[in-house]
Design a protein around this ligand. Sequence first.
Ligand code: SIN
Ligand code: FE2
Length: 221
Amino acid sequence: MPGPTADLFADDALQQPAGREQIGDESYVLRGYALPWIDRLLPALRGILAQSPFRQMVTPGGFTMSAALSSCGALGWTSAHHGYRYTSLDPRSQQPWPAMPDELRELAVLAAADAGFIDFNPDACLINRYVAGAKMSLHQDKNERRFDAPVVSVSLGLPAIFLFGGHERSDKTQKISLFHGDVVVWGGVDRLRFHGVMPIKEGLHPIMGPQRINLTFRTAG
Ligand code: SIN
Ligand code: FE2
């Protein structure tokens, strides 16, 4: 007769590796995954931002995005009146985007593998900076040339509520709290799901200060 122990092992949550939460058929939140990497990530991030500082971009519709952006890797994402696109040069400096540091790439590749996506080979990492009140409207990541690679998202600093929707803009969204060091991976059948970030609440993170920084790794080219 199944006792309390059997019930315990029947719990879906316990069949996941520690700290891995499934949010879609091929999507996971890896809680605290980036924490052991932070000491290596932050100097790498500082180097990138010295070369390609955060800037506020304008959408094709003429709105200024509330999150400020930068990129590293062979390709960087840009938005302007002409539309969204990946470029190999930072339009601000007319120089190539900063290279993707090994420690960033390794973190992304390992997280992807832990979510079931082996051989992830990111060539673009978008860096979003949110201060209090900044948000990201629901959108699909669809400026990449192919969709067979996942998106790997690393959250740093202030907490956020991540909205994870479906394949239609009007689909119901899951609200997922993301904290410093959490990594989200979505790919495969979930690759084109709508997602966004609710306005960031004011706060002061002990390491990152009054902001949230999010890194999203993609294979764009
Ligand atoms: C994005 O969708 O580009 C950013 C997501 C996030 O900031 O968590
Ligand atoms: Fe996105």
